[in-house]
Design a protein around this ligand. Structure first.
Ligand code: SF4
Ligand code: SF4
Length: 389
């Protein structure tokens, strides 16, 4: 039986959060005394430059509360992340993290230092390059933000670990894993490696910021912030993600990292093996949480297995830049792993997209700082929409 603690929390006040998170850790049976003398990776979601109220990044005060807990109990917190487009330094500066890091005197790991983690039990890749800081630590704390995602349906505790893969290597992984289930398998390989492949093993904790979550076209600026007012904590990332899906009233069957995760045997093998602690799920559950449009069953079926130009253009949502909000910053072009984005032609106010090359990974949508990329249905997708009803 694995435990996930649930706590109502409608504030980002660091003092209140500290109390709530400590209580959550106690409820899952984790003794904070274990921080004594430990070097602790604290990994928030620092996807890109975004203000905390956009719900794209883990709130800086949430991060503050966790580093205070680690420090109070004798540990050394180390911030570890590697954003895809901007430097970590810039993201820290522009997201409110700089003040917290300064005031709490938190060490920041060098995002360019990389080491290979070997995991024989992996399904896709047995050797994965990750930030060296994970090797140097005694313990790993993931601070996921609960958000929707166009490919993985949700981004939570498992998907957060993708941030361990250095910078732009992340978007290249979409080319190497051109199917959403393959990509989910890789994420589970990475999680499996983190819990099984270090010698000695490193305890992991997942403390989720689902206070202000992100619904709709997440996980970037195209999504819409939505209050869930919950903090979740657990030692099993798959179980934490499962509970977050349930709290949001989402269709868990579409979250491949959860469904396939149960089959991996890393922790809980089914919902029946998850025990909740703290407040009741029924009291915290919300309704009408909106998933990302590209994550429907049919979109995923047609995204890659039938990845011909025709099928893709007929049946899968395509990313479409919006002239009214696009600032022509070309971050989308920089991140596109398929080379499908070109500069705007004379007088046009958005970059040119080549939909024959586009693999529908939605990295551009995720990274666009203006939330200026929408999705447009394929020409025959409305038919599938009817079938899905
Ligand atoms: S669509 Fe977004 S990322 Fe691309 S150029 Fe416009 S503002 Fe920049
Ligand atoms: S255009 Fe956008 S969705 Fe298409 S391959 Fe490039 S980054 Fe991915």
């Amino acid at each position: 039986m694995t435990k996930v603690s649930l706590a109502r929390c409608a504030t980002y006040d660091a003092d209140e959060l500290t109390e709530i998170i400590e209580r959550c850790l106690f409820q899952i049976g984790f003794s904070v005394e274990r921080f004594q003398g430990a070097r602790v990776v604290v990994k928030p979601n620092l996807l890109t430059v975004a203000q905390a109220d956009k719900a794209v990044i883990t709130h800086p005060e949430f991060f503050r509360a966790v580093v205070r807990i680690v420090k109070t109990h004798g540990g050394t917190p180390v911030l570890v992340d590697s954003p895809a487009i901007h430097s970590l330094e810039r993201v820290i500066k522009k997201t409110g993290y700089a003040a917290v890091i300064d005031e709490e005197r938190v060490e920041v790991a060098d995002p360019t230092a990389v080491r290979t983690l070997h995991f024989e039990g992996a399904k896709r890749f047995k050797h994965i390059d990750i930030s060296k800081a994970y090797f140097d630590a005694d313990m790993i704390l993931g601070l996921p933000k609960f958000k929707t995602h166009g490919i993985t349906y949700i981004t939570g505790a498992v998907k957060l670990l993708f941030g361990a893969v250095p910078g732009m290597e992340k978007s290249k992984m979409h080319l190497r894993l051109p199917d959403h289930t393959e990509f989910a398998d890789f994420l589970l390989d990475l999680y499996g490696a983190m819990i099984n492949a270090f010698d000695p093993p490193k305890p992991m904790l997942h403390i989720m910021d689902a206070i202000l979550a992100l619904e709709g076209e997440g996980p970037g600026q195209g999504g819409s912030p939505r209050h869930m007012n919950v903090v979740l904590a657990g030692q099993d990332a798959i179980a934490v993600d499962y509970m977050a899906n349930r709290l949001a009233g989402l269709d868990v069957q579409q979250a491949a990292t959860v469904v396939h995760g149960f089959q991996r045997g890393y922790g809980a093998a089914s919902p029946e093996e998850i025990q909740t602690a703290g407040e009741s799920m029924t009291d915290l559950q919300i309704s009408n949480f909106v998933p990302a449009s590209g994550s429907s069953l049919f979109s995923n079926i047609f995204r890659w297995p039938l990845n011909t130009r025709t099928f893709k253009n007929l049946f899968v949502e395509r990313p479409v830049p919006i002239p009214e909000t696009c600032s022509l910053c070309y971050q989308c072009q920089k991140i596109c792993p398929a080379g499908a984005i070109n500069r705007a032609k004379n007088g046009e106010s958005v970059p040119q997209y080549d939909y024959d090359k586009c693999i529908r990974c939605y990295c551009c949508l995720e990274i666009c700082p203006e939330g200026a990329i929408g999705k447009k249905q394929g020409r025959l997708q409305w038919m599938l929409g009817l079938l899905e009803r």
